[in-house]
Ligand binder design. Sequence first.
Ligand SMILES: [Zn+2]
Ligand SMILES: [Zn+2]
Ligand SMILES: [Zn+2]
Ligand SMILES: [Zn+2]
Length: 434
Amino acid sequence: MALKDHKSIPTAEVARLIDLHLGELREENPNWQVIDSPISGRGVFARRDIKRGELIFREHTLLNGPTASKDTLLNTCILCFRLLEGDMKQVLCPAGCSLPVCVACQQTGEHDKECKLFRYWVPKDTTRINPFSLRIVSVMRCFLLTREKRKLLLAMQANSDKYYMRELERASECFENFPKDKETLGFFYRTVSVYNTNAFEGRSNVDGHETSVRALFALAGLMNHNCTANSSHHFDDARTIVVMAARDIAQGEEITATYTKILWNTFARQLFLRGTKHFICECKRCLDPTENGTYLSALFCREQGCKGIVIPVQSKILQPDWRCTSCETVAPHAKMARYQDFALNTINNRINTSTVHELITFINEMCPRFCPPSNYVLVEAKLNVIWRMSRFKGEFSEEEMQHRDRYRDEILEIMEKLGAGDCTLKKLITNEIP
Ligand SMILES: [Zn+2]
Ligand SMILES: [Zn+2]
Ligand SMILES: [Zn+2]
Ligand SMILES: [Zn+2]
């Protein structure tokens, strides 16, 4: 369900506010424009033909802040995302706002307003970093926006969800004097909803310290979803996103982004999109049970003597029957869903508990017994090997590197079949973007 308001601001006004927001990054004659979309609400469209690899736009965040998630280091400066070393006394802002801020950022004055606001709320504990109050920094910054940017924030789509309130409740428990009035809480709640509906998980890398950043982009956030999008994106730094054409895009075509993982099968993508984005995708790939011949959903046929694979008969409904492509036996969805869950749990369990070496052996020797090589769970496991080996360079045998290269070629072939062009994942696994 969408919160009201965002549609009451005309699209032309949103386009004007976006131009203002882009500021110096706005090109004189952009190859895109913001107009109403047949997919949903508003969208970004090609104003002229755009060539594969061409820059579409660069944009600074409207809002950002630390995600403060479990797997990140909390002692990271909330402004420049540099790792802060030393004891808590050296890491925390000396003014007593309870936030980690580096000395350089303390001196620029950029932190002054939010520092004052946090101190006004009176943090209960100023001796350590609390992840819940750290996470609210990204939301609290909505107060510091200019009038125009605030209007733009309110124009962004916001789905409501009862869990979003928890974020505010948890933060309020960290302060003596957290705002209680309806208007402020309403604005906060809306900002949390806008984040959850539109945010990109940004990556910041400062001096080799990588951290995840909650990043809200007004223009990039307007791009509608397609399971095989025609644009790719990466981050120049924690506050700058770069969107490029993954394929040739014709004048008038909508410029799309992918909200899911590109290698998930249709069932996994639909479940995610319904659950978190509140819509059903009807793109070409979603309507094709073979997903452009990639067979990302395929499971083995269980009929005696048959060595075929089973795929959904059609994908327009969430619980379709499945049929073997060899013996044509039909299996009910519930049965195949249990089989897919088994494969998913078995493989994910191994991913979480194995070394890279063990995982490679498992993928090569055990998986072929219960899971077709094209199944997305197995493909994701191979991707996991690639990520892990790229993070720990130089500790692997020749043989392991050969397996990794083979997995990469397989994944590139799948993306080629999908027609994904130079998509974000392709650029990542070929090291085109860091
Ligand atoms: Zn800093
Ligand atoms: Zn401070
Ligand atoms: Zn789709
Ligand atoms: Zn069969």
